[in-house]
Design a protein around this ligand. Structure first.
Ligand code: SF4
Ligand code: SF4
Length: 181
């Protein structure tokens, strides 16, 4: 199999491993989390207008809403850049602050970046967002190294945002695998 095809199939397997880590380690911690991401104190959600207006129940008047953002009478936790809206600094409207549950769990309206947080693939890199207190890049790296002994992993923090840890992977050259198995 050509090397880039091999890399694609490894990428899929790694995505599955990330989903498993999410299910086994991250999600069980959410109910005890001291700094829930759904409060949007750290995390930023990204929306199209249709998605934003449905999620925040803003009605249909995009022009009036955009004007309110421009003149400062709109919600300060929503900003717009080009045609994308970003929300940050006020709890997500789907977050039940009493139960700590997401009210749109498994619904189409749930933003994609909620499901990915705090682990996702960015191109050929694994990204671990350490703003989630349950995300342990050392533990995850250890699990990946056990699962994929034909791959070599390297990790480094983002230079601008050190809470983002990148983990890159490459195929080891034949004969360079020191594993006894
Ligand atoms: S920050 Fe992490 S542990 Fe806390 S609620 Fe979000 S995903 Fe769960
Ligand atoms: S949609 Fe659900 S998971 Fe996403 S931020 Fe809101 S409450 Fe949290």
């Amino acid at each position: 199999m050509p090397r880039n095809q091999k890399r694609c199939s490894h990428k899929r397997s790694i995505q599955n491993a990330l989903a498993l880590y999410q299910k086994q380690v991250i999600i069980p911690h959410c109910r005890d989390c001291q700094r829930p991401c759904c409060r949007l104190t750290d995390v930023v959600l990204e929306f199209s207008w249709q998605h934003l207006s449905a999620m925040y129940q803003l009605g249909h008047d995009k022009k009036a809403f955009d004007n309110s953002l421009r003149n400062g009478t709109g919600p300060t936790y929503i900003r717009k850049q080009n045609d994308t809206y970003y929300t940050h600094g006020s709890p997500c409207p789907a977050y039940d602050t009493t139960s700590g549950q997401c009210q749109v769990y498994r619904k189409n309206i749930k933003p994609d970046n909620c499901s990915d947080f705090p682990l996702y693939m960015d191109g050929k890199m694994i990204v671990v967002d350490k703003r989630c207190e349950a995300a342990n890049d050392t533990e995850l790296l250890g699990q990946l190294e056990k699962l994929f002994n034909k791959l070599s992993f390297t990790r480094h923090p983002d230079t601008q945002f050190p809470f983002l840890i990148y983990i890159d992977f490459t195929l080891q050259k034949p004969g360079s695998d020191t594993s006894k198995h």
